[in-house]
Design a protein around this ligand. Structure first.
Ligand code: HAM
Length: 529
């Protein structure tokens, strides 16, 4: 007997069940409609990307990259990395070297078979050759005489050392690290990788893209924070960094939030300068932080060295008064950044977008320049950011593309939907329209035919596959939340009519097929609005 075991979803992941997925679908399809009305088009990047795509863009020192990435091939990598280290150490000892080569070959073969190594010709040839070298070395060390001679006088068997050198070079040359796949922690970097790969800078005008899908971060799960969570994001890439682009993307965001009834929100905006003014400010901040270093917690102390801006993110109560006295970026922006920010604020006013300035809004990803923003929703507790974004003008170049400006945001769908649910401001979403209550085998063919026709005209229909007693049938229709029961008995078949019963008030109509289709279709049109 197999062990009785109940499986559960992995920590930090969850099932979105039908009771919620209707709301999710509505949320996502509303985003799609709003974004398309702003001429954004969908991109679907893969969920797996090379680790470097994120390490380079989000920043190797950020929490996301340094602690939270789900790396798929780490074990294979570690093993191979470790064996390569042993090869180098034992290069002077043919016996040990050959032993480590044996293990390395196994690990490489395994990684090759399971597609964890790039299966290109160079790697294939290298792995085959390592096999050949191993066989040679093995044959050599099996012979005691040769081994003894090697120990006494290395020069006698220089071909063995030549093989060792060759094996070492080949082993080192097999590129593994950049091919390590990670589950994407966000999709801005993926979108930009795709933008460059597909030469999208050649497209006319600004390239306006949106995406939706799961992201993965190994964070400590709590309310509103998951290891698999969902984002809906939008990015604008092109040659212009006009503040109107920033304002339009914020307008689109707030229009969407309003459309889905997410209204108890605050939009915070900030400018964090660019490569001309930020370095001086960061230095100034570092000096100011050093002066109060012993009053700061360990995280902030560490960040003085790694990323002083992130200290501004701190939520520790005792650090707040100290942070309030630190120099503010708004007083240190260069003329261009100051003008960009001033224009953005004018644009927001022009569009009637309500916002608050927040000089501490620096964001946890390294790629931002100038505009940063976040939307906070009420009632979510500590994980209350439902959207974050900003400008990232140097990022395309950083990932190997041409000079390009960019800005975007990502909405956290889990949190936004949670907030809508908690506000009780839920949309009315259509459920099951019709339950077909057929009675008696001779009515079954009619039931099947009408169910198909209704479904073709956009009506949702549940057709029981087995005959049920009338009462049981209506009972189930009720439990399933159907609006109508379509009753088909021998009388109906004989007279070529259907009885449509509205379950809310038991109102009943006798209709011909034509009338039935007409009636349900028009009703559907009305409820859709
Ligand atoms: P982010 O601030 O890291 O930005 O994430 C955006 C949103 O995703 C957050 O405001 C939050 O709602 C949601 N989120 C993040 N982590 C989790 C989690 N563990 N569980 C649930 N929700 C979460 C970015 O990802 C950038 N790529 C945004 C962007 C696009 N910037 C420019 N373009």
């Amino acid at each position: 007997m197999p062990e009785k075991r109940q499986f559960r979803a992995i920590k930090g992941t969850r099932d979105i069940l039908p009771s919620d997925s209707k709301l999710w679908n509505w949320f996502e399809s509303t985003a799609l409609k709003v974004f398309e009305s702003y001429n954004f088009n969908e991109i679907r990047p893969p969920i797996l990307e090379q680790v470097e795509v994120f390490a380079r863009s989000i920043g190797a020192e950020t929490d996301i990259v340094s602690k939270e990435m789900f790396t798929l091939d780490l074990n294979a990598f570690r093993e191979i990395h470790e064996y390569r280290g042993h090869l180098v150490e034992s290069a002077d000892e043919p016996l040990r070297f050959t032993g480590w080569l044996y293990y390395l070959r196994g690990a490489l073969r395994g990684a090759w078979e399971t597609y964890r190594i790039d299966r290109n010709d160079t790697n294939r040839v290298a792995i085959d050759r390592l096999d050949g070298i191993y066989d040679h070395l093995y044959a050599g060390i099996e012979d005691d005489r040769i081994l003894r001679e090697i120990r006494e006088d290395r020069s006698k068997h220089h071909e063995i050392y030549a093989l060792i050198r060759e094996a070492m070079n080949l082993a080192m040359d097999i590129r593994i690290f950049p091919d390590i796949a990670v589950l994407r922690p966000e999709a801005t970097a993926s979108t930009i990788r795709a933008y460059i790969e597909h030469n999208m800078q050649a497209l006319p005008g600004n390239v306006k893209l949106y995406y939706m899908g799961p992201m993965f971060r190994r964070e400590r799960p709590q309310k509103g924070r998951y290891r698999q969570f969902y984002q809906i994001g939008a990015e604008v890439l092109g040659q212009s960094d006009a503040p109107a682009i920033d304002a339009e993307i914020l307008e689109m965001l707030m229009v969407f939030f309003k459309r889905v009834g997410l209204t108890r929100t605050t939009l915070y905006v900030n400018s964090i300068g660019d490569k001309n003014c930020r370095p001086q400010y960061v230095e100034l901040l570092r000096q100011a932080l050093l002066e109060v270093k012993d009053q700061l917690g360990p995280d902030s102390q560490r960040r003085i060295e790694t990323n002083p801006l992130r200290v501004l993110d701190s939520k520790l109560p005792h650090e707040q008064a100290l942070i309030a006295k630190l120099p503010r970026i708004s007083d240190h922006l260069c003329a261009d950044c100051r003008e960009h920010f001033a224009k953005l604020k004018e644009e927001l006013k022009l569009r009637g977008i309500v916002y608050e300035e927040n000089w501490r809004l620096v964001r946890g990803l390294d790629y931002y320049t100038r505009t940063t923003f976040e939307v906070i929703a009420e009632g979510l507790g500590s994980q209350n950011a439902v959207c974050g974004g900003g400008r990232y003008d140097g990022l395309v170049e950083l990932l190997g593309g041409p000079p390009t400006k960019g800005i975007g945001f990502a909405i956290g769908s889990d949190r936004a939907i949670l907030s809508i649910q908690e506000s009780g401001n839920l949309p009315h979403l259509p459920g099951l329209d019709v339950f077909v209550a057929w009675m008696g085998e001779p009515t079954y063919a009619t039931a099947v035919a009408i169910a198909r026709k209704l479904r073709e005209s956009g009506v949702s229909v549940e057709l029981p596959g087995e005959e049920m007693k009338f009462k049981k049938s209506l009972n189930l229709a009720d439990k399933l939340g159907a609006r109508y029961a379509l009753i088909i008995g021998s009388d109906e078949v004989a007279s070529g009519t259907f009885t449509l019963k509205r379950l809310a008030d038991a109102d009943q109509k006798k209709l011909s097929e034509y009338e039935l289709l007409e009636y349900l279709e028009s009703e559907k049109r009305d409820t859709r609005g």
